[in-house]
Design a protein around this ligand. Sequence first.
Ligand code: GAL
Length: 361
Amino acid sequence: MTATLIRFMRLGNDTKSGMKRLYVVALLALSCVKAPEQTSTAGGTTAAPHGGPVRIGFSMDTLKEERWQRDKRLVEQRAKEVGAALDVQVANGDDAVQTKQADNMLTKGVDVLIVAPHNGEIAASIVEAAHRKGVPVIAYDRLIRDSDVDLYLSHQVEKIGEMQADYAQKHVPKGNYVLIGGSPTDYNALLLRKGQMNVLKPAIDRHDIKVISEQFAREWKAEEALRITEDALTKTGNKIQAIVASNDGTAGGAISALEAAGLAGKVLVTGQDAQKDAVQRIVKGTQTMTIYKPIQPLAFGAVDAAIKLAKKQPVETKDKINNGKKDVPAILIEAIAVDKSNVDSTVIKDGYFTHAEIYGQ
Ligand code: GAL
């Protein structure tokens, strides 16, 4: 992306103090994001325009999946390291609560918001409320749709869907497939399905692959995935060869249904997140693969970008994604497919888990 950014830098004091304002207009031919309103420059590494430490609000949907606990921990760690003041609020899957928590943070005074939305459409109102106060917003992991959100930080979600389907198709080129999507209110779930279909469509058209079911699990619930899998097993008389589950939570639900039918380990099951129980299932053989998304670059990247936006400094981006209203500047981190063959050289080598955590003593 080569967006051209017009950046206003104010040098000197404002008119209230009787001093002359000097605006410098700099044309930067860089891929940059700027904060919604330019007010002043700031000194110090973490000082906000008001002179104090940058105040970051982190609005989270959930801590249900292990990964989100890691995100929270790492965002807290990074904020502490760089001397930013951080307020974390968790909405537990409730849109009204998430909106209210964000409003409260804006009222108390934050310089920038990082939002992992429960519902990517409803969260557009958080962006509007923040922008009314000149507060920039970063969409974290999940896109905020139809809004003027300032920056999107995530992994390459559509590509992750392609990686899941590609793995399944390489190992099971023909047969009955079950596709289990995530929460339909989470745009990631739709991007993953898009990626999966990019890969599977030709094989479906050739009738090599038959899709028995292609539903979405509400709230990414394992119970929903279990029900979807049970239904597919019933419908086919237990003749399922592959389950493309969009994350490890739903993979776990699908595997419970397979276990009850005596089929665990005999049906290919994908996942995403490299959460501990899933990696344990991979070495045991009941789950086939997962997608490892290193969380540290995402969490640290979000805090670092938040500080830049709060200080009205540009953030360099290489990617963009259309959210229905605009092309949102984006930073999309690569993910890694993990199966039995590379557990040791990926998640264990990186210290994501210890050897004992995965294999036992
Ligand atoms: C997705 C996220 C996944 C998974 C899921 C359930 O948006 O990218 O990593 O955690 O939500 O929370």
